[in-house]
Design a protein around this ligand. Structure first.
Ligand code: HEC
Length: 152
């Protein structure tokens, strides 16, 4: 009988690798990157906390939870000009949208959000959104106080 079972070592190493992968920096590095991308590419219009400019740029704190929860909303968030026409790569845009949904909507109820993957962004981004407002109205326009346009 031996106490040095090579299989045990292999198991221990795979466990350590698992712990390492899920506790080390990639997640926070990705988050820092997404936050920086938001600051550079989006914050000028959407403001640091996502509140935007009343009548001009919608308050993302209110609209993201609504849009992500309706059918077609997931694609819309990628296809709006601010997202799709940004200089970000598909992976970068996926990261920023995930970051926005997680960080700008604190206090709002977002259940069962599956983070965007780069491939999903590529797919949605390939289709041009012809009429942003018509699409937006169809998705959440009937909900009071969510329209990004001026009301006059
Ligand atoms: C030049 C100003 C501007 C910039 C820069 C901008 N946006 Fe926007 N964004 C808007 C406006 C205005 C709307 C409302 C819909 C529209 O007119 O496109 C909007 C809407 C959105 C929406 C949908 C929310 C809603 O309620 O309609 C998302 C998601 C979004 N932007 C993401 C981004 C991301 C991600 C970036 C950065 C990569 C970005 N935007 C950069 C102005 C901007």
């Amino acid at each position: 009988m031996t106490t040095h079972n090579p299989n045990q070592h292999a198991r221990l190493w795979s466990m350590l690798a698992f712990v390492f992968l899920f506790s080390s920096s990639p997640t926070s590095a990705g988050e820092a990157r997404a936050r920086a991308d938001y600051m550079v590419h989006c914050q000028g219009c959407h403001v640091q906390d996502g509140s935007g400019f009343p009548g001009k740029v919608p308050d993302l704190r209110a609209t993201l939870p609504l849009l992500i929860s309706v059918e077609g909303g997931r694609a819309f968030l990628v296809r709006v000009p601010g997202s799709s026409q940004s200089a970000l790569s598909d992976a970068g845009l996926a990261g920023v949208l995930n970051w926005m949904i997680t960080n700008l909507t604190e206090g709002e109820e977002i259940t069962g959000f599956t983070p965007y993957q780069p491939e999903e962004v590529t797919r949605y981004r390939a289709t041009r959104l012809d009429d942003v407002f018509a699409t937006r109205d169809a998705l959440i326009g009937h909900l009071e106080g969510t329209d990004g346009r001026t009301t006059e």
